[in-house]
Design a protein around this ligand. Structure first.
Ligand code: ZN
Length: 263
């Protein structure tokens, strides 16, 4: 038979195109930053990350991966962590389908971490429940990961453990505007956030060399895990858990790495 599609096939084809567009468009909106989606559970879950995309191979064959259980440590004279933070409009609050994250777009975020002669700029912070890192075999209720980068590409992560106690006012500002569905970053007019409100006074820390704890699992990340936890309320933990009850990668082998502990 020659000629065009009959009415029924054309309709089916239109429906197919429309469905395909919806199917493609929704995930692209939600996952703009990863070309291959990954998750914590299921077919794209943690044990499958390395095979999802050749760019994620390090998740499987890396020898210095995160997170870890911090057990034996070596006390050392380490440089103090100096955090320089300022209050700034909340411009990039995102529910990315895996966690709640606040992005900082360089240049000019004005938030810094200075360690010895390294000067890192804050690029984003996000949350895990429970904590990804363990201490002596146990996780905390939640953890905050603040990610930093130097101008020449050195990456550092700071872990702040969060435990059930008094409510945290800075966190509450984020939670009040927490997007309930995954999507693009949102600007929240009239709301200012200072990351300092999420940091403990005492910044004594453990440090080790690890990786991004999510694909592409890039190594050579210097982690600073603060020993002093921050309190957040049980309600605040519950509010996050309603969206993301378990957004953690399993513990990774140390493979001879040494964890240092500031004195
Ligand atoms: Zn993280």
């Amino acid at each position: 038979m020659q000629g065009g599609l009959d009415g029924r096939s054309r309709n089916m084809r239109m429906t197919f195109v429309a469905l395909t567009m919806v199917a493609l468009w929704v995930p692209v909106m939600a996952q703009a930053q990863w070309k291959t989606p990954w998750y914590y559970e299921g077919k794209s879950g943690t044990e499958h990350w390395a095979s999802l995309d050749p760019d994620y191979a390090t998740c499987g064959n890396g020898k210095a991966q995160s997170p870890i259980d911090i057990r034996a440590t070596q006390k050392a004279e380490l440089p103090p962590l100096r955090f320089i933070d300022k209050s700034a409009p909340l411009k990039y609050l995102v529910n990315n389908g895996r966690t709640i994250r606040v992005d900082y777009h360089a240049p000019g975020s004005g938030d810094w971490l200075i360690v010895g002669d390294l000067r890192y700029q804050l690029t984003q912070f996000h949350f895990h429940r429970p904590s990804e890192e363990y201490v002596q075999g146990r996780p905390y209720d939640m953890a905050l990961h603040l990610m930093y980068e130097t101008s020449d590409g050195k990456v550092a992560g700071v872990t702040v453990f969060l435990k059930s106690g008094r409510a945290n006012a800075t966190l509450q500002k984020l939670w009040d505007h927490m997007p309930q569905v995954a999507g693009n970053a949102q600007e929240i007019p009239g709301i200012e956030i200072n990351p300092a409100g999420l940091l403990p006074q005492d910044t004594a820390y453990y440090t080790y060399t690890g990786s991004l704890s999510a694909p592409p699992c890039t190594e050579d990340v210097t982690w600073y895990v603060l020993k002093t936890p921050m309190e957040i309320s049980a309600e605040q933990i519950k509010a996050f858990a309603r969206l993301y009850p378990h957004d953690v990668r399993p513990l990774q082998p140390l493979n001879g790495r040494v964890v240092k502990e500031s004195e």
